[in-house]
Write a protein that binds this ligand. Structure first.
Ligand code: S3P
Length: 176
């Protein structure tokens, strides 16, 4: 078992839709006995509506404003685990808060894998298009470099076994 007492400060998960930020974030928080937050869930809690409804009523720009406010608030907390929405890192303002207020973990997965994991989900407005694989490839090409440059750790989740991925991640974090 990794030396968990060496793992200090906030942990922020970044990566594309379907990478497993929420699932692995929750497991990691549980293993470390820390509070877990998800920026999308926090936005829904505060507005009382779903992400697709926010996109419908306020457009993507309105959603990004709300996301930036929530990221600012949550990253100011201490010793939390946070799963961010996949696009959060694309705003410099969010990126600089994530990078300076905690350890950033990029969950990397290829578009084909992400498609499998998001295929039956209609809660992601950006993927409600004729060919979601093309959209995921586009987003991957745009974002992979940004995710990598923001990240302290890059990890490829093995989704058959979340616990193994968390153990590997805790190992990497304890060596930091
Ligand atoms: C988005 C990702 C979603 C959500 C919104 C936009 C994106 O979060 O914030 O639909 O731009 O990649 P998840 O990454 O948790 O699906």
């Amino acid at each position: 078992m990794p030396a968990m007492e060496n793992i200090a400060g906030n942990l922020f998960f970044i990566g594309l839709m379907g990478a497993g930020k929420t699932t692995l974030g929750k497991y990691t928080a549980q293993a470390l006995g820390r509070p877990f937050y998800d920026s999308d869930q926090e936005i829904c809690k505060r507005t009382g509506v779903s992400i697709p409804t926010i996109f419908e009523l306020e457009g993507e720009d309105g959603f990004r404003e709300r996301e930036a406010a929530v990221i600012d608030e949550l990253t100011a907390l201490n010793n939390i685990v946070l799963a961010t929405g996949g696009g959060a890192v694309m705003r410099e303002e969010n990126r600089s808060k994530l990078c300076t207020r905690g350890t950033v973990i990029y969950l990397h997965a290829r578009p084909e894998i992400l498609l499998e994991r998001t295929r039956h989900d209609n809660n992601r407005p950006l993927l409600q298009v004729e060919d979601p694989l093309v959209k995921l490839q586009e987003l991957y090409n745009l974002r992979d470099g940004v995710y990598r440059s923001a990240a302290d750790i890059v990890i490829e989740p093995t989704h058959q076994n979340c616990h193994k991925t968390v153990e590997k991640l805790l190992q990497l974090l304890s060596q930091k």
